[in-house]
Write a protein that binds this ligand. Structure first.
Ligand SMILES: [Zn+2]
Length: 388
């Protein structure tokens, strides 16, 4: 058996538990023990990583790797609809080769910033081998205004699932069909929800800019059951809000919506840097935590953010919500992400039996409390090293 003992000044086991002079023992790709690193009694190879911290690898629960080559190609401040139109136009100019290159370079960037698992909305099929790291859950995304067949066989790949682009861009019949299909296979269904003011205006009034665009294109939406109280309640009305639905964004979500999310046990992923860039609004994270919602974090795509780094996402949250507990922020980037992607038993914390997916970071502090605050705030230099 190939046994390795990874030692460091600090081991962040989970949000609640930090060990000084800790050691994580790994055998055949799994964690077998966590304890004190001192002494010479350890069986197998001993690796001293240094005075920094070993922590669980991060989980990026929402991205669009296929848009990676659009980095820096979308003009500055635009309204949301113009941004979506710019993306659609630029995406149409990408060849299949560009998209595949984007998928690979995006996956490399995830790994460079210490993510070992990601939820990726994508409009093309490209399968990574089962042994590939990071593990990528591919949500085949449909953006269709008319009911359509789902040409995607979930039996073919255990890491494959389905996503609707959003309630205002996807016909409700298709959303329901996708939800049924994912339910039948026990998979997570993902959807952008309550992201932009335009989406909320359309869903709550059946009027506005988006309705105008649909009318221009001759799309009939009189059977969509609109207006609804809110995007969140609309999704509940059509029966797809449950504990295997991953709602991404939730910026346009009031107290009643968050109550409903909590009541249904729906999974949540937030992408605050992307929201800040596109609509200059942020989700109400404290109100979510107060209700027992445990949001995961995603970066969204390189078309709307500078990096696919969860450390950058955490630093942005720490700065934007100074009263949030740093441990909660770290959980959002680790265990909460693993749970919403259905891999909470495998990743997200350091526990015997889980996959060995560790990071070593050069964060030098004198106390456990300061360590957690520094990690959440990104107060360190250098990149994480993935240890497997
Ligand atoms: Zn997105």
């Amino acid at each position: 058996m190939n046994i390795k003992n990874h030692r460091a000044k600090w081991v962040l086991v989970s949000q609640e538990k930090v060990m000084e002079n800790g050691c994580v023992t790994v055998a055949n790709g799994r964690i077998t023990a966590i304890g004190r690193g001192g002494g010479t009694h350890l069986e197998g190879e001993v690796l001293d990583h240094g005075a920094g911290v070993i922590m669980p690898a991060t989980i990026n629960a929402h991205t669009h790797l296929e848009l990676s080559l659009l980095k820096g190609r979308i003009p500055g401040k635009e309204d949301f609809l113009s941004w979506v139109k710019a993306i659609i136009h630029l995406k149409d100019c990408l060849t299949n080769k560009d998209i595949h290159q984007g998928l690979l370079s995006g996956a490399n960037e995830l790994y460079k910033y210490g993510a070992v698992l990601a939820g990726d909305h994508r409009s093309v099929s490209m399968q990574f081998p089962d042994t590939y790291w990071p593990v990528i859950i591919r949500f085949r995304e449909y953006l269709r205004l008319e009911p359509a067949e789902i040409l995607c066989d979930l039996n073919k790949d255990k890491y494959l699932s389905l996503a609707a682009h959003a309630p205002h861009t996807t016909a409700p019949e298709l959303i329901k069909r996708m939800k049924d299909e994912t339910k039948r296979h026990g998979r997570i269904f993902s959807v952008h929800l309550a992201e932009s003011p335009e989406e909320a205006e359309f869903i709550t009034t059946a009027k506005g800019k988006w309705a105008g665009l649909l009318n221009e294109r001759g799309v009939k939406f009189s059977s969509w059951g609109l207006p609804a109280k809110s995007p969140v309640s609309y999704l509940d009305d059509i029966g797809v809000l449950d504990d295997k639905t991953l709602a991404v964004h939730l910026v346009q979500a009031g107290p009643g919506d968050l109550d409903l999310i909590a009541e249904r046990g729906a999974c949540v992923c937030l992408c605050p840097r992307s929201n800040n860039r596109l609509i200059e609004e942020l989700p109400d994270i404290p109100a979510m935590l107060k209700r027992g919602i445990r949001p995961a974090l995603g970066t969204d795509s390189l078309a709307s953010v500078e990096t696919l780094s969860l450390f950058d996402e955490m630093a942005f949250i720490s700065e934007s919500f100074p009263s949030l507990n740093s441990g909660d922020i770290i959980s959002m980037a680790t265990i909460n992400g693993a749970k919403v992607l259905g891999m909470g038993e495998e990743l997200g914390t350091l526990e015997p039996g889980k996959r060995a997916a560790l990071l070593y970071l050069p964060v030098y502090t004198s106390s456990a409390g300061m360590l957690i605050r520094s990690l959440a705030a990104g107060s360190f230099k250098g990149l994480p090293e993935v240890i497997r």
